[in-house]
Design a binder for this molecule. Structure first.
Ligand code: C5P
Length: 326
């Protein structure tokens, strides 16, 4: 079993990374953009490259900085085990699909409906953890997941001024809801599938992440050429990049690494708690530092629910005799 130190360290870094990413993205939105905006599809590709390079460095370190050992492990694990490598195409392809579905959902739903329905991924993740990993959850833990879901939904509930937008048509709502529901299932499935691969093999999480990233890079390049091919040919893939863009891309790459570590040393359900707590943290920091948010009583109620759910989940988690449980 993974050491508790690594478990809490990885969860702590995830809270830090998610909070900094949200704050940097909010900050970048308040800046007056000059010239062309950067292409989101290119940011995905650059983040994948950064992730792969960092993972290669981490594998290099794991093998005492020996080039020969690095070369041999990458060959052995990636080239000589094509079936194992291909297994990673599944979560990678699903994540790519999911990122696109969320885009469809956001364009067809109002922000409140989107935020609230996407929290259903907390439950789908738990359902997949139970069915695919044989994890057992007690009544208090299921209850705490329901409270967590309600809490995050309230915390993210937009204030009145933000929701005064034209209501989307019924047809568009249906498309949006369908997209977000499929994304909830894909998020739960891909996360738990990756967890199963990591926990069933002794191979380093960083080697697995290189395999995942390679497919992510291929899918990302296809996506970039399909959506923005013309613009890339005209002004290159780095058009509109500035320091903030590089910071967001680096934080996104760090996110992929930390999520992998959290899935390995903790699990997907605890990841849900860490990201929920960081949503509260980033909102509070944003209130104090950027002053671009007015906390409402709905926000406070949601925050109390999220914190209560976190304690409730841990409360029943400890006495479990089941070793696979968090
Ligand atoms: O919403 P959800 O928690 O499912 O999102 C997970 C995100 O983390 C996806 O965008 C996926 O691309 C990313 N990820 C990653 N590397 C991993 C696991 C997930 O970049 N090893």
């Amino acid at each position: 079993m993974a050491s508790p130190r690594l478990k809490y360290l990885s969860l702590g870094v995830l809270v830090f990374q998610t909070t900094s990413l949200v704050l940097t993205m909010r900050y970048s939105r308040t800046l007056q953009a000059e010239g062309p905006r950067y292409l989101a599809s290119s940011a995905v590709v650059v983040a994948e490259v950064m992730k792969i390079l960092t993972c290669v460095l981490l594998v290099f370190k794991e093998h005492s900085y020996s080039m020969r050992a690095l070369n041999s492990v990458l060959r052995q694990e990636i080239i000589h085990k094509p079936v194992e490598t291909l297994k990673l195409a599944i979560p990678s392809g699903i994540y790519t699909l999911q990122n696109n579905l969320l885009y469809v959902a956001l364009s067809n739903l109002d922000a409140a409906t989107y935020q609230v329905t996407y929290q259903l991924k907390i439950l789908t993740t738990a359902l997949f953890s139970v069915s695919m990993l044989g994890r057992r959850l007690g009544v208090y833990q299921w209850l705490s997941l329901l409270i967590l879901m309600a809490g995050v939904a309230l915390v993210q509930w937009p204030s009145d001024s933000a929701s005064e937008k034209e209501a989307p048509s019924a047809g568009s709502q249906f498309v949006g809801l369908a997209a977000v529901l499929v994304a909830c299932f894909s998020s739960g499935f891909a996360g738990v599938y990756f967890e199963k691969i990591l926990k069933e093999s002794k191979q380093s999480v960083w080697v697995r992440n290189i395999q995942l990233g390679m497919f992510g890079l291929v899918f990302g390049l296809f996506g970039m050429m399909a959506y923005d091919g013309e613009r890339v040919r005209e002004s290159g893939m780095f058009q509109g990049y500035n320091t903030i863009t590089w910071t967001v891309v680096a934080l996104q790459a760090l996110g992929g690494l930390v999520i992998a570590a959290v899935i390995k040393y903790a699990d997907n359900i605890l990841k849900g708690f860490a990201t929920s707590l960081s949503i509260i943290l980033s909102t509070l920091i944003s209130y104090f530092l950027l002053q671009d948010f007015d906390p409402t009583s709905v926000f406070f109620l949601g925050a109390v629910l999220v914190i209560a759910a976190t304690f409730l989940y841990g409360y029943e988690g400890k006495p479990s005799p089941n070793p696979s449980r968090a």
